[in-house]
Design a protein around this ligand. Sequence first.
Ligand code: ADE
Length: 371
Amino acid sequence: HNRYGNNDDKTSLASEFQDFERSNIRLKSLLGEGNFGQVWKAEADDLSGHFGATRIVAVKTIRACSAQVSLKDEANIMRKLGSHQNVVTLLGACVESEPHMLIMEYAMRGRLLSLLRAARSATNILPASVPGGRSLAPLSPRTLAGFALDIACGMEYIAGRRIVHRDLAARNVLLDHNGMCKICDFGMSIDLDAERLRKEQEKNAANDLMRHNAHKFKFDFGSRYILQHWQHTFGQGQGQGNCSKDHPHGEKKSHHGHDTIGKRHALPIRWMAPESLQYHMFTTETDIWAFGIVLWEIATLGSTPYSQLTGREVIRRVPQGLRPDLPKESRHEFYNLMSRCWHKEPHMRPSFAQSRLEITRSLHKWVDDDS
Ligand code: ADE
């Protein structure tokens, strides 16, 4: 069984999408700021065929001083994801010319992490619930389980489209007007199909180059050896299954400095599985690990994992078996689910579909218990 779903997908690396007309965007207010970019609340006219209509959107931009950073990969991943109720939808992009911009659906309730932390103090005013939407005030165990279910659904969809998110955390989950969770921020994500295609192309190029240069080798003592050497050097996408061999070791992003602690664009160390911390492997199973940490964030109303430890200590101790303290507040079902998400063996962790089923079952049980 292949957890990544369909292997036969042929994905084109070329983008066949047209850039959105910049003059149709008006930036209104700053929503947030990251290492390289900003997210703005904005108005956009004539989006995707809706001529004459204006829509409130969120626009991600790159700051002028970090012009070397591209939003193209992120746009391609969001385009591949298309539309799902638990994933932030891309409505348009300006990536053929600088400065790059991504135009996304606007999620008016903001980040899940902020909502969880606001709920800690009774004096904080939580947004009122909307008729037909989810009740956000107060955050009942059922509301919290609803968040977990939304995130499992969104991640099941993302994993099924052969995308590894790599930065799943409560800070990267937004809430819409109905209190529905939407996964966002694909800036670190990997498209497994695009990676496989890239590796195949590199392998073919390496083989062509070797064939072209074959006459330079006086003795045919090792064409086989040389081929192996080339294939070793350039890698070959031989993996088909659910193991992580066919997985990039973060090469795509290494020029952003992700692989070094303390650089500008830091890795999400406290959300990372042991194999990511040790070997820089990122798979759907490492996204499941992060999902377990998100369950923990929900149960603790936005605590920071291993808050007593430094990043370096986390990198050393998680591979030795350290796990976040199980929160006293959370119901037994979620203890169990989150600890299985943190199994040392990646293939022993539950899938997103399994997690979705388990959360749905608990929700039904609570409804039955309450009635
Ligand atoms: N912050 C980052 N992305 C956002 C979005 N799509 N909607 C609202 N706030 C955001």
